[in-house]
Ligand binder design. Structure first.
Ligand code: SF4
Length: 349
């Protein structure tokens, strides 16, 4: 059987399996475009199990696109706290504002218009148009690329944009009428039976009869990825400053990594105690007690932060910092995971 002929039988093999085996997930309760969109953005950065709680909390707080468009920045980032990639939730809001203010509050159904919205790329546009509007548009993510590489016993690197474009074109040719279910079935196969970082469950796989890597015994060697560039490391000294029941935070710059989020004050480089005290006096702060030091790392996609933190009591709040109670930090301030890990550590002292 030729490659494409084998792929033509993919929907017939996959759809009944999906209907019988699909997981019960909150975003599958309906096909509203806002819900599909939100879940897809969340699933780009966290596991299904973790996304469930975020998804339900987000929709409880912001049940409509109008609510999302009108939400204040701090509340919005707080709802995203812990998910990372905060630019995604800002883009979600920008796109909601375009829909509410320029498109009459109605989610566009045309693929090109969906693709033109802030933060929506080919994958998300494909997922929305196929799942919410049942259009035959592929949504090609890492899961789908892995399944397709294995199905075709293809050792081309799946992070090569040409490979992605080829897979998208191949899928376009075989999309069935049940476009939304097919998109989800492919995703489901790639997330479960033909999952990442482990041996695929080929014996349970509905498409093993057309899978070339299964026949060749090469499933576990696929997919292939290009070698990664090494991560850059940055050293930082973080100050967790307490004044009675208040703690100091400041906002990060409006652009760049973790833009506009809250952070514990910090400086580049690893300071010793004397240098740290000098830094405090530069900020106009006078420490009365040094409680402890902590060390933590945080890995972003391209950078690793290695951080030493001083936990200090100061005599008076000040230093062009903003001072909050612990409850205010917990309830209102979106503290990215890089800094939140210090906060969690303090709670367990
Ligand atoms: Fe993946 Fe195995 Fe199914 Fe092939 S047969 S698609 S490798 S689970």
């Amino acid at each position: 059987m030729s490659e494409l002929a084998a792929l033509f039988s993919l929907p017939a093999l996959l759809l009944p399996w999906y209907e019988a085996n699909k997981r019960d997930l909150p975003w599958r309760a309906d096909r509203q475009p806002y819900h599909v969109w939100l879940s897809e953005i969340m699933l780009q950065q966290t596991r299904v199990e973790a996304a469930k709680g975020y998804y339900l909390r987000f929709l409880e707080a912001l049940p409509t696109m109008e609510d999302l468009a009108a939400c204040g920045e701090d509340r919005l980032t707080k709802l995203w706290e812990g998910l990372g990639y905060y630019s995604r939730v800002r883009n979600l809001q920008k796109a909601a504002r375009v829909i509410v203010q320029e498109l009459g509050g109605i989610f566009p159904t045309d693929y090109e218009t969906v693709l033109s919205l802030p933060g929506i790329g080919e994958y998300t546009a494909g997922a929305i148009c196929s799942i919410a509007f049942n259009q035959p548009v592929p949504a090609v993510d890492g899961n789908v690329l892995r399944v397709m590489a294995r199905l075709q016993n293809d050792a081309s690197p799946i992070d090569d944009p040409h490979v992605k474009a080829r897979v998208r074109q191949q899928l376009l040719e075989v999309y069935p009428e049940q476009a939304g279910s097919f998109t989800q079935a492919l995703m489901e196969l790639g997330a479960t039976v033909c999952g990442p970082n482990r041996r695929p469950d080929c014996a349970l796989c509905p498409v093993h009869s057309i899978c070339r890597s299964y026949q060749a015994g090469t499933c576990e060697r696929l997919p292939v990825k290009s070698p990664k560039k090494p991560r850059r490391t940055e050293e930082k000294t973080v100050f967790i400053l307490r004044c009675q029941d208040l703690y100091a935070l400041r906002k990060r710059p409006k652009t760049g990594l973790l833009a506009g989020l809250w952070e514990f004050p910090n400086v580049p480089g690893r300071l010793d105690t004397d240098q740290a005290l000098q830094q405090l006096s530069f900020w106009g702060l006078h420490p009365s007690e040094l409680f402890q030091t902590l060390n933590r790392s945080h890995i972003f996609t391209h950078i690793q932060w290695n951080m030493d933190a001083f936990v200090l009591e100061v005599r008076e709040p000040g230093g062009e910092l903003e001072w909050f109670t612990a409850a205010q930090i917990d309830e209102n301030a979106a503290l990215p995971t890089a800094f939140r890990q210090f906060w969690e550590a303090l709670r367990h002292v």
